[in-house]
Design a protein around this ligand. Sequence first.
Ligand code: KIV
Length: 296
Amino acid sequence: MERKKVAIPTLQGKKQRGEPITMVTAYDYPGGLAADDAGIDMILVGDSLGMVVLGYDSTVPVTMDEMISHAAAVKRGAKFAFIVGDMPFLSYQADAKEAIRNAGRFLKEAGSDAVKLEGGAEMAETVKAIVDAGIPVMGHIGLTPQSVSKLGGYRVQGKTARAALKLLDDALALEQAGAFSVVLETVPDRVAELVSQRLSIPTIGIGAGVGCDGQVLVFHDLLGYFDRFSPRHNKRYANIRETIVNALSEYRREVEWRAFPTAENSFTIGDDEFEALVHALEEVGERVSSAEGVQA
Ligand code: KIV
């Protein structure tokens, strides 16, 4: 069967049929290619870029230009997955016009299919303005890393009945504003399931249990590429970092022992040409030494 690009109706159809939606983050061309080859439905070019690729302590310093450049690279690799560009801190909070302009950059400059932004009911007007401008928006509630200072750290959200009700209100406000999907991050599993059942749009969970309509993980966490920490919600499906460090160490040793490169990795010049080269150099050498003799 011919493979088709994933679109919003594909995702909606999966929710209606109870088929889980798959999503992973990616930040570059090979990541986009790999996610596409694995048949993943959606790619999030997450602002987690700041932590797992750029080495910042949080997602807060990430800029629009950084996001656009990485989102464009992912797009060059991924032809089938639905690509969501993550709006970085302060690219949408100040006012709706700026939010529309920045959201539009993801579509115009990076070829993304949609944008994601963090926040619940307080962001509903902004979400509506972006959607009204023709740009699909994914919401993100629960643990919202851009507000980690306000939340007092990377903690589970919606743990009390009151907090869970607020979470449901936020999800409904985003749906009402026109969001096509909502990420639920680090939320108790039963709360996330209940929210998922009450929304008509798909929920995508990260640390939110199996009752969500889909799941997302951070590329580097899933592959064991980044081992400074592994959040509880993560499952490592590989240990890429160990593979990379082992390969780099072997390369270093082989260079030091002159075991690399071999003839197989080298290029040749014909005997005649090489002899001509040596001869030419000898002549130059003779000229130089006789000139030196004159000067002396
Ligand atoms: O930036 C990111 O990777 C995210 C996911 C954790 C949902 O927002």
